[in-house]
Design a protein around this ligand. Structure first.
Ligand SMILES: [Zn+2]
Length: 194
């Protein structure tokens, strides 16, 4: 999404809806120098980019983003916690310490995960740890079954309920990217309508 500032577009559109900003239409017979500039740029870009090409480009950028993401991995067998860049993972990630495939994968700071894991393994988990522990177990279930594809999915902005639903149906990264791109768009729309 290098060329699109999604976050600021979101805030801008929201400010229009809640009335912070007003949209004013001015009719003129010709373009102002500034709109001329914008129209020229846009029409030039539309010319060089057919819709299917644009789609392909967006999918490639989603794929690159997922592969470049770093995740905190946590071994449910020996308690090892570490951070790994997605693209460096093998198809079936294993704990570098004990070889177990029961790895949780989180978009949460390594240190925080380590502290919670230590308390849990010593039987001293606080009540506020429970939510994270349950989440770690859910992600480990997915990574154990679907390997690297699960880690990639978990590093997206898609909710884990959705991931649990679609992962069993896919077998390669291109399909994964297609679905994630779709669901992220839907998620953005949902947040927007709230
Ligand atoms: Zn381990």
């Amino acid at each position: 999404m290098r060329d699109f500032d999604l976050d600021n577009t979101f805030f801008f559109l929201k400010s229009l809806i809640n009335g912070e900003r007003r949209l004013v239409t001015i009719e003129r017979s010709e373009f102002s120098p500034m709109s001329r500039e914008v129209v020229d740029k846009i029409s030039h870009r539309l010319e060089v980019m057919a819709p299917d090409k644009l789609d392909k480009l967006v999918r490639e950028s989603v794929k690159a983003r997922l592969l470049n993401e770093s995740m905190t991995l946590v071994c449910l067998n020996c308690g090892w916690v570490g951070s790994v860049r997605n693209k460096d993972l093998p198809d079936r990630p294993k704990c570098p310490n004990c070889g177990s495939e029961k790895l949780g994968a989180l978009r949460i700071d390594e240190e925080r995960v380590r502290q919670v894991m230590e308390r849990w393994r010593e039987g001293k988990a606080k009540s506020e740890d429970n939510e994270l522990i349950e989440y770690i177990n859910r992600t480990a279930e997915l990574v154990g079954k679907y390997g690297k594809l699960a880690v990639l999915a978990l590093s997206s902005r898609v909710r884990i309920d959705d991931i649990e639903e679609f992962l069993p149906k896919i077998s390669d990264i291109d399909k994964l990217v297609l679905i994630i791109h779709d669901l992220e768009k839907r998620e953005l729309r949902r947040r927007f309508m709230e």
